[in-house]
Design a protein around this ligand. Sequence first.
Ligand SMILES: NC(=O)c1ccc[n+]([C@@H]2O[C@H](COP(=O)([O-])OP(=O)(O)OC[C@H]3O[C@@H](n4cnc5c(N)ncnc54)[C@H](OP(=O)(O)O)[C@@H]3O)[C@@H](O)[C@H]2O)c1
Length: 337
Amino acid sequence: MEDRINQEKIPFRTLYGGEKIPCMGIGTFGSDKYGAEAVSQAVYGAVKYGYRLIDCASVYQNEKEIGEVLERLLAEKAVERKELFITSKVWNDMHGEGKVLASCKQSLADLKLDYVDLYFVHWPFPNYHAPGCDGDSRNPDAKPFSVEEFMATWKQCEELVDQGLARYIGMSNMTVPKLKAVLPLCRIKPAALEMELHPSFQQPELFDYAVSHNILPIGYCPIGSPSRPERDRTAEDVADIELPAVVAAARAHQVHPAVICLKWAVQRGQVPIPFSVKESQYISNLKCATEDPLTVEEMEAIRLEDKNCRLIKGQVFLWEGASGWEDLWDMEGRLKC
Ligand SMILES: NC(=O)c1ccc[n+]([C@@H]2O[C@H](COP(=O)([O-])OP(=O)(O)OC[C@H]3O[C@@H](n4cnc5c(N)ncnc54)[C@H](OP(=O)(O)O)[C@@H]3O)[C@@H](O)[C@H]2O)c1
C-alpha cells in the first residue's frame, strides 16, 4: 500500500462545540453487492491509510466484522480510539420505546466500542423493509412522518448522550419542513445531517438550512452510487460520473470523474463518505482532498449540473394511500403529521 497519508494535510470540518472532524469518511454499505468481509477489510486498509471517519449502520449487517478490524487496529496501535470518529444508526424497526438504547448497545457490542462518536436516526419514520428487498415491496404497517413519533425516538437518542454511549447525535434523510418542525423541540441539537449529496443532486435549500443552524452536512452517495441496488434505480436517473462538467474537470486534472465528485463535495463544505472496497479507489478518494483543488470556474460549472436527481427515493418505506415516493420528501411543501 501507498504510504499512509499525512493527517495534517487533511482538511477538517468543525462540529458545534468546536470539535474538528476530517473532511471525508468512508462508507460501509455494501449495496447488496459487497459482503461484510470485503467491507471490513476495506475499513482496515482505509484506517491504515489514514481514514478516521467511518460511517456504519446496523442495517448494513457488517458491524460485527467491522468491530473485529477496529479491535485489531487498536491492538496493533495503528490508531488510537480518540482519533477515530465512528458513526452508527438506528434502523427503522428499532424506533419504539426502549428500542433505541437496545439498538445502540447492540451496535456498540458488534463494533467492540464503549461509545460511538455520532449516532443517527437513519430514517425519520419507523417504516421497515427487510434488507435486500426488491423495489416493489411495501410494509402494511408503514405510516407517514409524525413529529410526535420522531421526537419520541429523538428523546431516546438524547439519553444515549446522557449515558455516554454516543458523543453526538444526528438525523438523516430529513427535509427542511421536517427540520423546522422538530429542531425547536430538541433538548440536544443534531450535530450532523446525513443527506444524499452529489453533483446532480445538490439539495441547496436543505444544505444551506443545515449550515445556517450549525449542523454539519454529511453527504451520502457522493459519487452517485454507481453500484447501488436495483431497487434504487430508475430510468430517469442521471450518472454523476458522466456529467459534462465532471468529465471535463476529470480530463483537466487527469483523475477519474469519481474523484472530481469528491473534490467538489469537499470544496463545497459537506463531508462526503464515499464507499469503496478497492484499495486504489479509497486511497485516491481521500488523497484528492489534499491536492490539486478544482478551480472556481470548475466548481461553478459543477454547481450548474444540479438536476434535482434523487437516487435514493425510499419508495419501499411508503405507506398505504401514499401517492408516490415524493410524499416521503414533503415535495408538495406539505408536512403530513
Ligand atoms: N444515511 C443513509 O440513508 C445512507 C444512504 C445511502 C448511503 N449511505 C452511506 O453513504 C455511503 C456512500 O454511498 P454509496 O456507497 O451508495 O455510493 P458512492 O460512495 O457514491 O458510490 C460507491 C461506488 O463508487 C465507485 N467508486 C468509489 N471510488 C471510486 C473511484 N475512486 N473511482 C471510480 N469509482 C469509484 C465504486 O463502484 P465499484 O464498486 O463498482 O467500483 C463504489 O462501489 C454508503 O456506503 C453508506 O455508508 C447512507
